[in-house]
Design a binder for this molecule. Structure first.
Ligand code: TPP
Ligand code: MG
Length: 328
């Protein structure tokens, strides 16, 4: 995939948008204004941004509970923020929060509260590409904790046996809630060892968006050529606790070590060094992204609550009357 200077400035803008959005979520939550419990991805932005950037617009993406970047890259900001406030303009008119949101029109498969539940849905999307004869690749993001679930092994095995066009992206932030992954994963070093030897796999620097783009582009190309799935383990880190109600129990020194390899800073410094942007461009980009985020929050705060009908058609596409009887 050719990364022109212009495309690389777009990558940076997506990194910065994800960062500024999540900072705004945290600020709004702390001031008591958000009904949803944030599980922030601050620190992990390059994984979602880089991988999404390497894909075609209609390739399927199944985000984890924490992957925010692909959603922000494909769904209008106002809709995402409205989802968080549970208002009418949110995804599915308020039937779901932004935390697990999906949007089939934008090829985003929503997840559920069950860790790992979306892996086989993503494999199913890959199978549908095969059966429908199109070349849509399916990429699924999931945390290191999800690799301890049966779903992970079922999904990898089935995709490998059937040579399905699936890219598996582990967002390995080293922690599953408050447990270090090393305590619960039975592999020596890297989680890709779970895959065995027949599945192409690699470990990727998840803090470097260029590395993420290159690895994902190669995996997507393999999938599109009919050569089956790839497992990518992206090493990354979240700066915030698992969720905003959970106390921080990680070592401060560990958090600081990772902050020294911040994905937004790494990319900004590289663009500056290569003379692709200057300080003025960076300031303008930040101001404009901050203004967009602020406007989206303002929009969502004024957006009306969903209509009563939003309580219907949650589990099935049927119309029911007030007594729960099926009308159509
Ligand atoms: C099947 C299941 N078990 C436990 C939980 C509670 N839970 C929610 S998120 C989470 C940790 C997930 O860790 P990881 O997959 O590494 O993702 P991360 O939060 O680090 O992004 C757990 C245990 C759950 N939602 N579903
Ligand atoms: Mg984790």
């Amino acid at each position: 995939m050719e990364l022109t200077d212009e495309r690389r400035t777009e990558v940076y803008e997506s990194l910065l948008l994800t960062r500024r959005f999540e900072e705004a979520v945290l600020e709004a939550y702390e001031s008591g204004g958000v009904p949803e419990l944030p599980h922030l991805s601050i620190g992990q932005e390059a994984v979602g941004v880089g991988a999404t950037y390497a894909l075609e617009e209609d390739d399927w993406i199944a985000p984890s509970l924490r992957t925010r970047a692909p959603i922000l890259m494909r769904v209008p900001l106002e809709e995402v923020v409205a989802g968080m406030y549970g208002t009418r303009s949110g995804p599915s008119e308020g039937r779901t929060t932004q935390h697990h949101m999906g949007s089939t029109e934008r090829a985003i498969l929503g997840t559920t509260g069950m860790v790992g539940s979306h892996l086989n849905v993503a494999v199913g999307a890959g199978l549908s590409s095969r059966q429908l004869g199109n070349d849509r690749v399916s990429t699924v993001f999931f945390g290191d904790g999800a690799t301890t679930r049966g779903e992970f092994h079922t999904a990898l095995n089935y995709a490998a046996v059937e040579d399905l066009p699936v890219v598996f992206v582990i967002e390995n932030n080293g922690w599953t809630e408050e447990t270090p992954i090393g305590q619960v994963a039975a592999v020596e070093e890297d989680l890709i060892e779970f895959a065995g030897h027949d599945l192409p796999s690699s470990v990727v620097d998840g803090q470097d968006a260029d590395e993420v783009i290159a690895a994902t582009a190669e995996a997507a190309e393999r999938a599109r050529a009919g050569d089956g799935p790839t497992l990518l383990e992206m090493k990354t880190y979240r700066y915030r606790p698992h969720a905003e109600v959970i106390p921080e129990r990680r070592d401060e020194a560990e958090i600081e070590r990772w902050k020294a390899r911040d994905p937004v800073t790494i990319y900004r410094d590289r663009l500056l060094e290569e003379g692709i942007v200057d300080e003025g461009w960076l300031e303008d980009a930040d101001a404009s992204i901050r203004a967009d985020v602020e406007a989206a929050f303002q929009f969502a705060r004024e957006d009306p609550l969903p209509p009563e009908e939003a309580m219907y058609q949650v589990y099935a596409d049927v119309e029911v009357d007030r007594d729960g009887g099926v009308v159509r």
